[in-house]
Design a protein around this ligand. Structure first.
Ligand code: ADP
Ligand code: MG
Length: 238
């Protein structure tokens, strides 16, 4: 065991899944997944299409409930939460980034981001202030009044990352965040995720992109047919 491992073991557990199963009718999407993610880790989940990656992320995000098993995130046992409790949990604890950005087309970039904080009760002025801070940090301040349709793919994803960070989530989840981007924009988003992890953001990302995984993640979880088929610690490659 290296000293890094020892150090990691002392860190707070942010996500714990214990024997999680998810069935959709006759389809078994998750077939007994147990997994632990500690504060400050960047974990990449890889596996073939249909193996259950998005289901796993959605269950951790509280967007979907498992058929059986337990999910604890940041001390909350999600199975004990009501629908309202789960909605609050999502807004306060989770930031989520998707392949196709999921921005609102009829709001300028800054409003897309500010809305996330207003939903948790921040005033419009507070929300805009925090959103502007993030636009500065993510290098998109000059794009704040632009509508999503006029942004490049890479800019849209950076706006989506800003939105995900608004409420200082305990966990940032990303489902194929570079999947719809050309390689240059993909690299910018990779660098951004890596920077965020290096300043302490706990990250769980699903990707097909081996480069994204090896560049951003400190640990790789391989999923096959709804099961964890392997786990490896990664040496990040520049
Ligand atoms: P991945 O993200 O790895 O491609 P998914 O988690 O999306 O895989 O899907 C895992 C399996 O569960 C697939 O067989 C998929 O068809 C099925 N599945 C996912 N979501 C649903 C759903 N809402 N209803 C029915 N089947 C689903
Ligand atoms: Mg998927």
């Amino acid at each position: 065991m290296t000293s890094d491992d020892e150090h990691d073991r002392t860190r707070q557990v942010v996500v714990r899944l214990d024997d999680v199963r998810k069935e959709y009718g006759d389809t078994t999407a998750l077939d007994g997944v147990s997994l632990e993610i500690r504060a400050g880790e960047a974990v990449a989940v890889m596996g073939p299409s249909g193996c259950g990656k998005s289901t796993l992320l959605n269950i951790i995000a509280g967007l979907d409930r498992p058929t059986s098993g337990t999910v604890t995130v940041h001390g909350d046992d999600l199975g004990q939460l009501t629908e309202t409790g789960l909605a609050l949990f999502r807004r306060r604890r989770i930031g989520m980034v998707f392949q196709f950005f999921n921005l609102l087309d009829d709001l300028p970039a800054l409003d897309n981001v500010a809305l996330a904080a207003q939903l948790t009760g921040a005033s419009s002025a507070q929300a805009r202030r925090r959103a502007l801070e993030l636009f500065d940090e993510l290098g998109i301040a000059d794009r704040r009044n632009v509508y999503p349709a006029a942004l490049s793919g890479g800019e849209r994803q950076r706006v989506a990352v800003a939105r995900a960070l608004m409420n200082r989530p305990a966990l940032l989840l990303a489902d194929e965040p570079t999947g719809a981007l050309d390689s240059h924009s993909g690299e910018q988003v990779m660098d951004l995720l890596l920077d965020l992890n290096q300043i302490g953001q706990t990250l769980l990302l699903v990707t097909h992109d081996e480069r994204l995984a090896t560049r951003c993640a400190s640990r790789l979880v391989e999923v096959t047919d709804g099961r964890v088929a392997g786990e490896h610690t990664l040496e990040r490659t520049p």
